[in-house]
Ligand binder design. Structure first.
Ligand code: SF4
Ligand code: SF4
Length: 314
Protein backbone atom coordinates (compact mmCIF):
# COMPACT_ATOMS: atom_id res chain seq x y z
CA UNK A 1 0.00 0.00 0.00
CA UNK A 2 2.86 2.40 0.81
CA UNK A 3 4.21 2.10 -2.76
CA UNK A 4 0.77 2.39 -4.34
CA UNK A 5 -0.02 5.58 -2.42
CA UNK A 6 3.32 7.19 -3.33
CA UNK A 7 3.17 6.22 -7.00
CA UNK A 8 -0.37 7.53 -7.25
CA UNK A 9 0.55 10.80 -5.52
CA UNK A 10 3.47 11.34 -7.91
CA UNK A 11 1.27 10.53 -10.92
CA UNK A 12 -1.12 13.30 -9.79
CA UNK A 13 1.68 15.88 -9.89
CA UNK A 14 2.86 15.90 -6.29
CA UNK A 15 6.65 16.09 -6.02
CA UNK A 16 7.02 13.86 -2.96
CA UNK A 17 4.92 11.71 -0.67
CA UNK A 18 5.56 9.96 2.65
CA UNK A 19 3.48 8.15 5.25
CA UNK A 20 3.62 8.26 9.07
CA UNK A 21 1.80 6.34 11.77
CA UNK A 22 -0.99 8.41 13.36
CA UNK A 23 0.05 9.01 16.94
CA UNK A 24 0.03 11.50 19.81
CA UNK A 25 2.60 14.27 19.24
CA UNK A 26 3.70 14.53 22.85
CA UNK A 27 6.66 16.91 22.48
CA UNK A 28 4.66 19.20 20.23
CA UNK A 29 1.80 19.27 22.74
CA UNK A 30 4.14 20.53 25.49
CA UNK A 31 5.78 23.09 23.20
CA UNK A 32 2.53 24.30 21.66
CA UNK A 33 0.94 24.80 25.06
CA UNK A 34 3.78 27.05 26.27
CA UNK A 35 3.92 28.90 22.89
CA UNK A 36 0.21 29.70 23.17
CA UNK A 37 0.46 30.58 26.87
CA UNK A 38 3.16 33.09 26.04
CA UNK A 39 0.88 34.64 23.42
CA UNK A 40 3.40 34.16 20.60
CA UNK A 41 0.59 33.48 18.14
CA UNK A 42 -0.48 37.15 18.21
CA UNK A 43 -4.06 37.60 17.02
CA UNK A 44 -4.23 34.12 15.46
CA UNK A 45 -6.72 32.92 18.07
CA UNK A 46 -7.86 30.04 15.86
CA UNK A 47 -4.61 28.33 16.91
CA UNK A 48 -5.99 28.05 20.46
CA UNK A 49 -8.93 25.92 19.34
CA UNK A 50 -8.88 22.12 19.00
CA UNK A 51 -5.73 21.78 21.08
CA UNK A 52 -6.13 18.02 21.75
CA UNK A 53 -7.09 17.31 18.15
CA UNK A 54 -4.10 19.26 16.87
CA UNK A 55 -1.69 17.03 18.67
CA UNK A 56 -3.42 13.68 18.02
CA UNK A 57 -4.95 12.97 14.58
CA UNK A 58 -6.82 9.98 16.01
CA UNK A 59 -8.96 12.48 17.93
CA UNK A 60 -9.35 14.68 14.87
CA UNK A 61 -10.47 12.00 12.39
CA UNK A 62 -12.42 8.98 13.65
CA UNK A 63 -10.54 5.73 12.92
CA UNK A 64 -7.40 7.47 11.60
CA UNK A 65 -4.38 5.16 11.54
CA UNK A 66 -1.96 6.73 9.07
CA UNK A 67 -1.03 10.20 7.92
CA UNK A 68 -0.23 10.53 4.20
CA UNK A 69 1.81 13.67 3.53
CA UNK A 70 2.40 15.20 0.10
CA UNK A 71 4.72 17.97 -1.06
CA UNK A 72 4.15 20.24 -4.03
CA UNK A 73 7.07 22.36 -5.21
CA UNK A 74 6.17 26.02 -5.77
CA UNK A 75 9.57 27.56 -6.47
CA UNK A 76 8.89 29.82 -9.49
CA UNK A 77 11.03 30.08 -12.61
CA UNK A 78 10.33 33.81 -12.78
CA UNK A 79 10.46 36.39 -9.98
CA UNK A 80 8.83 39.78 -9.42
CA UNK A 81 10.98 42.70 -10.49
CA UNK A 82 13.16 43.50 -7.50
CA UNK A 83 12.25 47.18 -7.15
CA UNK A 84 8.53 46.40 -6.73
CA UNK A 85 7.10 45.60 -3.28
CA UNK A 86 7.41 41.86 -2.88
CA UNK A 87 4.88 39.05 -2.46
CA UNK A 88 6.12 35.80 -0.92
CA UNK A 89 6.65 33.23 -3.66
CA UNK A 90 3.97 30.89 -2.38
CA UNK A 91 1.34 33.53 -3.19
CA UNK A 92 2.39 34.20 -6.80
CA UNK A 93 -0.19 31.89 -8.34
CA UNK A 94 -3.48 33.33 -9.61
CA UNK A 95 -5.25 30.33 -8.04
CA UNK A 96 -4.96 29.85 -4.29
CA UNK A 97 -2.70 26.88 -3.53
CA UNK A 98 -5.29 25.48 -1.10
CA UNK A 99 -7.63 24.89 -4.05
CA UNK A 100 -4.92 23.25 -6.16
CA UNK A 101 -3.74 20.87 -3.45
CA UNK A 102 -7.20 19.96 -2.19
CA UNK A 103 -8.19 18.93 -5.71
CA UNK A 104 -5.12 16.72 -6.02
CA UNK A 105 -5.69 15.17 -2.58
CA UNK A 106 -9.32 14.47 -3.46
CA UNK A 107 -8.12 12.62 -6.57
CA UNK A 108 -5.61 10.69 -4.47
CA UNK A 109 -8.39 9.73 -2.06
CA UNK A 110 -10.59 8.62 -4.95
CA UNK A 111 -7.85 6.32 -6.27
CA UNK A 112 -7.33 4.84 -2.80
CA UNK A 113 -11.05 4.20 -2.39
CA UNK A 114 -11.13 2.49 -5.80
CA UNK A 115 -8.18 0.30 -4.81
CA UNK A 116 -8.92 -0.46 -1.15
CA UNK A 117 -12.61 0.29 -0.62
CA UNK A 118 -14.57 3.08 1.01
CA UNK A 119 -13.54 2.21 4.56
CA UNK A 120 -10.04 3.59 3.90
CA UNK A 121 -11.27 7.09 4.79
CA UNK A 122 -13.62 8.33 7.53
CA UNK A 123 -17.08 8.72 6.03
CA UNK A 124 -18.79 12.11 6.36
CA UNK A 125 -15.73 13.57 8.04
CA UNK A 126 -12.99 15.90 6.91
CA UNK A 127 -9.75 13.99 6.30
CA UNK A 128 -7.98 16.27 3.81
CA UNK A 129 -5.99 19.17 5.27
CA UNK A 130 -4.01 21.93 3.59
CA UNK A 131 -2.41 24.52 5.81
CA UNK A 132 -5.29 24.25 8.24
CA UNK A 133 -5.12 24.96 11.95
CA UNK A 134 -5.95 21.51 13.38
CA UNK A 135 -2.94 19.75 11.83
CA UNK A 136 0.79 20.20 12.50
CA UNK A 137 1.68 19.54 8.88
CA UNK A 138 5.42 20.19 9.10
CA UNK A 139 5.79 17.74 11.95
CA UNK A 140 3.88 15.10 10.00
CA UNK A 141 6.04 15.73 6.94
CA UNK A 142 9.11 15.21 9.11
CA UNK A 143 7.68 12.01 10.58
CA UNK A 144 6.81 10.81 7.07
CA UNK A 145 10.48 11.08 6.08
CA UNK A 146 10.06 14.04 3.73
CA UNK A 147 12.53 16.39 5.41
CA UNK A 148 13.29 18.08 8.70
CA UNK A 149 12.07 21.25 10.39
CA UNK A 150 14.89 23.78 10.09
CA UNK A 151 15.83 26.56 12.47
CA UNK A 152 13.70 28.82 10.25
CA UNK A 153 10.71 26.61 11.29
CA UNK A 154 10.18 25.58 7.64
CA UNK A 155 10.19 22.03 6.37
CA UNK A 156 13.43 21.39 4.49
CA UNK A 157 12.96 18.67 1.90
CA UNK A 158 16.11 16.94 0.73
CA UNK A 159 14.77 17.03 -2.84
CA UNK A 160 13.14 20.45 -2.98
CA UNK A 161 14.37 22.73 -0.19
CA UNK A 162 11.76 24.78 1.66
CA UNK A 163 9.55 26.07 -1.17
CA UNK A 164 6.89 23.39 -0.93
CA UNK A 165 3.23 23.18 -0.01
CA UNK A 166 2.33 20.43 2.40
CA UNK A 167 -0.89 18.45 1.99
CA UNK A 168 -2.25 15.84 4.41
CA UNK A 169 -4.65 12.96 3.85
CA UNK A 170 -5.64 10.98 6.95
CA UNK A 171 -6.49 7.37 6.18
CA UNK A 172 -8.08 4.63 8.28
CA UNK A 173 -5.65 1.86 7.30
CA UNK A 174 -2.25 0.76 8.52
CA UNK A 175 0.62 0.46 6.09
CA UNK A 176 4.42 0.47 6.07
CA UNK A 177 5.77 3.75 7.43
CA UNK A 178 8.65 5.93 6.32
CA UNK A 179 11.61 6.76 8.52
CA UNK A 180 11.75 10.33 9.88
CA UNK A 181 14.68 12.29 8.53
CA UNK A 182 17.45 13.55 10.79
CA UNK A 183 18.14 17.27 11.06
CA UNK A 184 20.93 18.80 8.95
CA UNK A 185 21.05 22.43 10.11
CA UNK A 186 24.15 21.79 12.19
CA UNK A 187 25.83 25.00 13.40
CA UNK A 188 24.29 27.15 10.66
CA UNK A 189 22.33 30.19 11.88
CA UNK A 190 21.96 32.08 8.59
CA UNK A 191 18.16 32.29 8.80
CA UNK A 192 18.22 33.58 12.38
CA UNK A 193 20.88 36.15 11.52
CA UNK A 194 19.07 37.30 8.37
CA UNK A 195 15.62 37.79 9.87
CA UNK A 196 15.15 41.58 9.84
CA UNK A 197 12.63 41.65 12.69
CA UNK A 198 14.36 39.12 14.97
CA UNK A 199 11.36 36.84 14.89
CA UNK A 200 13.45 33.65 14.96
CA UNK A 201 15.22 31.71 17.65
CA UNK A 202 16.34 28.14 16.77
CA UNK A 203 13.17 26.32 15.64
CA UNK A 204 11.06 28.91 17.33
CA UNK A 205 9.05 31.65 15.74
CA UNK A 206 7.61 34.67 17.47
CA UNK A 207 4.75 35.19 15.03
CA UNK A 208 4.02 38.67 16.36
CA UNK A 209 7.39 39.82 15.00
CA UNK A 210 7.28 37.94 11.69
CA UNK A 211 6.67 39.95 8.50
CA UNK A 212 4.34 37.21 7.26
CA UNK A 213 2.11 37.77 10.26
CA UNK A 214 2.45 41.56 10.20
CA UNK A 215 1.50 41.82 6.51
CA UNK A 216 -1.28 39.19 6.39
CA UNK A 217 -2.84 38.03 9.65
CA UNK A 218 -2.44 41.24 11.64
CA UNK A 219 -5.44 43.31 10.62
CA UNK A 220 -4.25 46.48 12.35
CA UNK A 221 -1.63 48.89 11.04
CA UNK A 222 1.88 47.51 11.22
CA UNK A 223 3.50 48.84 14.42
CA UNK A 224 5.91 51.73 13.90
CA UNK A 225 8.94 49.76 15.16
CA UNK A 226 8.68 47.28 12.27
CA UNK A 227 8.21 49.76 9.43
CA UNK A 228 11.93 50.27 8.70
CA UNK A 229 12.45 46.50 8.84
CA UNK A 230 9.94 45.34 6.23
CA UNK A 231 12.62 45.01 3.56
CA UNK A 232 10.19 45.90 0.76
CA UNK A 233 7.84 43.02 1.65
CA UNK A 234 4.11 43.65 1.19
CA UNK A 235 2.68 40.14 1.52
CA UNK A 236 4.60 37.50 3.42
CA UNK A 237 8.37 37.13 3.51
CA UNK A 238 10.92 34.69 2.05
CA UNK A 239 14.08 36.05 3.65
CA UNK A 240 14.77 33.16 6.04
CA UNK A 241 14.15 30.74 3.16
CA UNK A 242 16.25 32.66 0.63
CA UNK A 243 19.37 32.51 2.78
CA UNK A 244 19.09 28.79 3.56
CA UNK A 245 21.98 26.94 1.92
CA UNK A 246 19.76 23.91 1.30
CA UNK A 247 17.56 26.01 -0.97
CA UNK A 248 20.59 27.09 -2.94
CA UNK A 249 21.37 23.40 -3.38
CA UNK A 250 17.91 21.88 -3.90
CA UNK A 251 15.30 24.50 -4.89
CA UNK A 252 14.41 24.26 -8.57
CA UNK A 253 11.48 25.57 -10.66
CA UNK A 254 8.15 23.80 -10.33
CA UNK A 255 6.27 22.18 -13.22
CA UNK A 256 2.74 22.81 -11.98
CA UNK A 257 0.74 24.72 -14.57
CA UNK A 258 -1.93 25.65 -12.01
CA UNK A 259 0.64 27.69 -10.05
CA UNK A 260 1.03 30.24 -12.86
CA UNK A 261 0.88 33.91 -11.79
CA UNK A 262 -1.76 36.38 -13.03
CA UNK A 263 -0.53 37.55 -16.48
CA UNK A 264 1.92 40.43 -16.19
CA UNK A 265 1.80 40.62 -12.36
CA UNK A 266 5.45 39.70 -11.93
CA UNK A 267 6.43 42.70 -14.07
CA UNK A 268 4.31 45.28 -12.25
CA UNK A 269 6.43 48.19 -11.10
CA UNK A 270 6.31 49.87 -7.68
CA UNK A 271 4.18 52.56 -9.28
CA UNK A 272 1.70 50.02 -10.67
CA UNK A 273 1.28 48.51 -7.21
CA UNK A 274 0.92 51.89 -5.51
CA UNK A 275 -1.81 52.94 -7.96
CA UNK A 276 -3.69 49.64 -8.02
CA UNK A 277 -7.47 50.11 -7.81
CA UNK A 278 -9.81 47.72 -6.04
CA UNK A 279 -11.08 46.54 -9.43
CA UNK A 280 -7.54 45.73 -10.57
CA UNK A 281 -6.88 43.96 -7.27
CA UNK A 282 -10.00 41.82 -7.70
CA UNK A 283 -9.17 40.99 -11.30
CA UNK A 284 -5.67 39.80 -10.37
CA UNK A 285 -6.26 38.23 -6.96
CA UNK A 286 -9.91 37.11 -6.83
CA UNK A 287 -8.88 33.44 -6.54
CA UNK A 288 -5.41 33.96 -5.10
CA UNK A 289 -3.96 33.55 -1.60
CA UNK A 290 -3.42 37.35 -1.57
CA UNK A 291 -7.18 37.72 -0.94
CA UNK A 292 -6.40 36.72 2.65
CA UNK A 293 -4.98 40.18 3.27
CA UNK A 294 -7.65 41.99 1.25
CA UNK A 295 -7.31 45.19 -0.78
CA UNK A 296 -7.21 47.67 2.10
CA UNK A 297 -4.54 45.81 4.06
CA UNK A 298 -2.44 45.18 0.96
CA UNK A 299 -2.47 48.87 0.07
CA UNK A 300 -1.41 49.73 3.65
CA UNK A 301 1.40 47.20 3.29
CA UNK A 302 2.48 48.66 -0.04
CA UNK A 303 2.71 52.12 1.50
CA UNK A 304 4.59 50.71 4.48
CA UNK A 305 6.93 48.62 2.32
CA UNK A 306 7.80 51.67 0.29
CA UNK A 307 8.17 53.81 3.38
CA UNK A 308 5.31 55.97 2.18
CA UNK A 309 3.39 55.36 5.38
CA UNK A 310 4.11 58.79 6.81
CA UNK A 311 2.57 60.61 3.89
CA UNK A 312 -0.44 58.28 4.08
CA UNK A 313 -1.02 59.11 7.74
CA UNK A 314 -0.58 62.87 7.70
S1 SF4 B 1 9.51 35.05 7.26
FE1 SF4 B 1 10.83 36.92 7.34
S2 SF4 B 1 10.22 37.99 9.20
FE2 SF4 B 1 9.39 35.90 9.34
S3 SF4 B 1 10.93 34.75 10.44
FE3 SF4 B 1 11.44 34.51 8.28
S4 SF4 B 1 12.87 36.19 7.83
FE4 SF4 B 1 11.90 36.65 9.78
S1 SF4 C 1 19.57 28.71 7.10
FE1 SF4 C 1 20.84 27.22 8.16
S2 SF4 C 1 19.95 27.07 10.23
FE2 SF4 C 1 18.43 28.07 8.94
S3 SF4 C 1 17.12 26.40 8.24
FE3 SF4 C 1 18.71 26.67 6.67
S4 SF4 C 1 20.34 25.24 7.25
FE4 SF4 C 1 18.99 25.45 9.02
Amino acid sequence: MNRFIKDTALSLGFDACGIAKADFLEEDAVYLRSWLNEGRHGDMHYLERNFEKRTDPRLLVPGCKSVVVTLLNYFPDEEQISTAPQIARYAYSAIDYHTIIKEKLALLEQKLVEEYGESIVAKDHQHIFVDSAPVLERRWAERAGLGWIGKNTLLISSQLGTFTFIGVLMINAETEYDTPMVEHCGKCTRCIDACPTRALAPREMNARRCISYLTIENKKEIPEEFLPLLSNRMYGCDICANVCPWNKKWAHPHHEQALTAFPGMLNWTAETWQNMTKEQFNAAFRYSAVQRAGYKKLMQNIRAANNLQSSARH
